[in-house]
Design a protein around this ligand. Structure first.
Ligand code: C2E
Ligand code: MG
Ligand code: MG
Ligand code: MG
Length: 278
């Protein structure tokens, strides 16, 4: 009896692992050529100035729809792209698209609109990153301050000097640098001291229970105070309710992002939400 059970458990794990393997391999296989087949779409989620209740920009979030695999979420395909170096070309595509889009929005919607783009560690190990961004901004006639780059401590781990050089030269172009998912990783505080950050994004895992959990409230309060003390502006991620927004407003949080204001949508759909009261 117990032997049979053991065998079943064994089968269960083996099947699960095989499925996991083949899913990952399928993703890797399909990711090659996905760019050429135009399977990616960039979506944009509004960033709201809390005090003015106005849309001031958008975060670009990548979507991938593949004929075999369907819609694959970025938390699943970005790590594979990162591991296989496909992220270099995909990342350049995202930057080009987002910069072209912000050039349009600055003309059509608001002259100081900005777009935030996520960058992964492998992209920063490419020594041509800063000059690629500089050239792309110039090609579309937009200043550096139209762009914010969101990075996590994974980019900074290991402390390569050329990463610091890239951040410093991007900073000189006026490009803003944001620490994404703040509070979830390691050593974030020392990185805040050592690199030229402009913005701190509080991870949504701290924002979700802000109205019911006193500990989360204290962590958010302390984070906002620290960020402001360092001269950084603060974005709260994952704002889903008016009650959360009211609390963040009362603590002086600068910017909110979340389903309360809108999910990530394609650029055309974004045009119609912009200008409506938020
Ligand atoms: P992130 O940069 O922290 O992006 C925020 C994530 O939170 C997005 O998930 C967004 O859809 C989700 N979100 C926003 N508001 C809410 C809310 O109110 N409630 C909930 N439950 N979720 C909310 P998404 O689009 O699935 O992206 C996941 C992650 O994938 C991103 O996290 C980012 O790290 C990565 N990613 C997405 N696009 C790119 C890209 O173009 N390049 C790179 N390198 N990474 C990307
Ligand atoms: Mg982000
Ligand atoms: Mg985040
Ligand atoms: Mg994240």
């Amino acid at each position: 009896h117990s032997k049979a059970q053991g065998r079943n458990i064994c089968h269960f794990f083996t099947d699960a692992m095989n499925l996991g393997m083949s899913r990952r391999l399928q993703i890797e296989e399909q990711l090659h050529g996905a760019l050429a087949r135009e399977e990616f779409q960039l979506c944009y989620q509004p960033l709201i100035n809390i005090a003015r209740r106005a849309i001031i920009g958008a975060e670009a979030l990548l979507r991938w729809r593949n004929p075999r695999l369907g819609a694959v979420p970025p938390d699943e395909f970005i790590p594979v792209a990162e591991h296989t170096d496909l992220i270099i070309d995909i990342g350049k595509h995202v930057l080009s698209q987002a910069i072209e889009q912000v050039a349009y929005w600055r003309g059509a919607l608001s002259p100081d609109f900005k777009v935030a783009v996520n960058l992964s560690p492998r992209q920063f190990r490419d020594t041509g990153l800063a000059s690629f961004i500089e050239q792309t901004l110039a090609r579309h006639g937009v200043p550096g301050n139209a762009l914010e780059l969101e990075i996590t401590e994974g980019v900074l781990m290991g402390g390569h000097t050329h990463i610091n050089d890239a951040l410093v030269s991007l900073n000189r172009m006026g490009v803003h640098i944001a620490m994404d998912d703040f509070g979830t990783g390691y050593s974030s505080l020392s990185y805040l001291r050592s690199y030229p950050f402009d913005t701190l994004k509080i991870d949504r895992s701290f924002v979700g229970d802000i109205t019911i959990d006193a500990a989360d409230r204290e962590l958010v309060n302390a984070t906002i105070a620290m960020a402001h003390g360092l001269g950084l502006s603060v974005v709260a991620e994952g704002v889903e309710t008016e009650a959360q927004l009211d609390y963040l407003h009362s603590r002086g949080c600068d910017i909110a992002q979340g389903y309360l204001f809108g999910k990530p949508v394609p650029a055309e759909a974004f045009n119609t939400i912009f200008g409506q009261p938020v």
